[in-house]
Write a protein that binds this ligand. Structure first.
Ligand SMILES: Nc1ncnc2c1ncn2[C@@H]1O[C@H](COP(=O)(O)OP(=O)(O)O)[C@@H](O)[C@H]1O
Ligand SMILES: [Mg+2]
Length: 381
């Protein structure tokens, strides 16, 4: 369990005996999971580092995009996509503008934000999760009421938000799903980002951001009906749009890599290269998402769900678990069919029709897909 009060997160043992190591944690933070890569980069990085940065911008980009170091250390790619996007994102963090990662769901906004914070500041945990209920205290500061009542307002009774801690320590703060946060709470970020100051009127004090402070926000550009970003706030950000994977090969590559990583941490069987099943899942997702078959011949209706790369990753990971526990350890059509159905059919009426039509007109006719068609028919009822 991570307790996020105090300057550094503390891993608390569940029963008071011993300490929880990163290896025992279900999902270690990026800076823990990739500690070896980050240390190797820091050791071999001889380019200039902005104040309080753990690495140079070049090394941060290498950490995200992958590469190999002079001593042979291999840096695994975290983000698979255009290099320029990563370069612009990293550079922005070294300026006085904050970074807004924008994109449809599942385009790795959260993932990139976590890895950027880990590489730049060595800590990805200074995080505010944006929801419709995010209060101002989550962005500014709150109070420890026991101390406040006992001793009155003081720095001791103040509970800093992750953003306040990042300002004071010159670190990277993260705000997830910025546009879900109510507009008046969003606006508290304007002073923080323009004046680099967080006033504490109760104490007649302020916290001034020190060098190294910046903020990465993520927002979903499909979030309709939620709070738009005010233009005043938008001006404080450089916006970087994360695209969907451009080619099927790129998407298969992303899914295969991530499933491998996830599978290792869940003790699932290894994924051999170029698994047909991953290719088929990605093909189905892309065709339904694009509303047209890969060969460009058949127009399709798109279902209501997003069918993102992230969902393809979950479907394949779930399929691997089925294959491991109830199959012969080899990923087959029958292992992914139920997952695909669940991802495609979100609206039980309309999406089911779309799915049926796709199955009968496209999947059924496709060479070498007979087993896949059968498996999908079986779960579709
Ligand atoms: N281009 C990409 N490169 C690497 N991983 C990706 C890419 N696109 C999606 N993913 C994977 O998808 C998963 C979900 O991404 P996430 O950051 O939660 O999406 P978002 O915040 O945009 O909705 C992550 O496991 C991430 O590794
Ligand atoms: Mg996200």
């Amino acid at each position: 369990m991570t307790v996020s009060v105090g300057p550094t997160p503390v891993h608390q043992p569940p029963n008071g005996s011993g300490t929880v190591t990163p290896a025992q944690v279900l999902r270690p933070h990026a800076e823990e999971a990739f500690a070896a890569e980050l240390a190797a980069l820091a050791a071999q990085d001889d380019r200039p580092r902005p104040t309080r940065w753990r690495l140079s911008p070049w090394a941060v980009a290498t950490y995200l995009l992958g590469g190999s170091l002079p001593d042979g250390t291999v840096i695994t790619p975290k983000y698979i996509g255009p290099r320029r996007i990563v370069e612009v994102a990293v550079t922005t963090l070294a300026t006085d503008r904050a970074l807004l990662l924008l994109g449809v769901p599942g385009t790795a906004k959260t993932w990139v934000s976590e890895h950027l914070a880990a590489a730049v500041s060595g800590d990805s945990t200074l995080l505010v999760q944006g929801t419709a209920g995010t209060p101002e205290e989550a962005v500014r500061y709150g109070w420890n009421y026991a101390r406040l009542l006992a001793h009155g307002p003081s720095r001791d009774a103040l509970v800093p938000s992750p953003v306040m801690r990042a300002m004071a320590d010159g670190m990277t703060a993260r705000v997830e799903e910025l546009t879900r946060i109510p507009a008046d709470v969003q606006d508290t970020l304007i002073t923080i980002l323009s004046e680099k100051t967080l006033p504490i009127p109760e104490l007649g004090q302020e916290v001034q951001a020190v060098h190294g402070f910046n903020l990465i926000a993520t927002a979903n550009d499909r979030d309709r009906g939620v709070n738009e970003l005010s233009s005043a706030l938008r001006r404080r950000f450089n916006t970087v749009v994360l695209p969907l994977p451009q080619t099927p090969e790129a998407e298969v590559d992303i899914v295969t890599r991530r499933v491998r990583q996830l599978g290792r941490s869940l003790d699932l069987p290894a994924v051999p290269d170029g698994v047909d099943e991953i290719r088929r899942v990605v093909t189905v997702f892309r065709e339904l998402r694009d509303g047209i078959t890969t060969d460009g011949r058949t127009k399709l209706k798109s279902p209501s769900g997003t069918l993102s790369t992230a969902e393809a990753i979950s479907v394949v990971t779930g399929g691997l678990a089925l294959a491991a526990h109830f199959g012969d350890g080899v990923l087959r059509a029958g292992d992914v069919a139920a997952g695909i159905l669940g991802a495609v059919v979100r609206d039980p009426a309309a999406d089911r029709v779309v799915w049926r039509e796709y199955l009968e007109t496209v999947v059924r006719e496709r060479d070498g897909w007979a087993d896949f068609y059968r498996a999908c028919r079986e779960v579709s009822g």
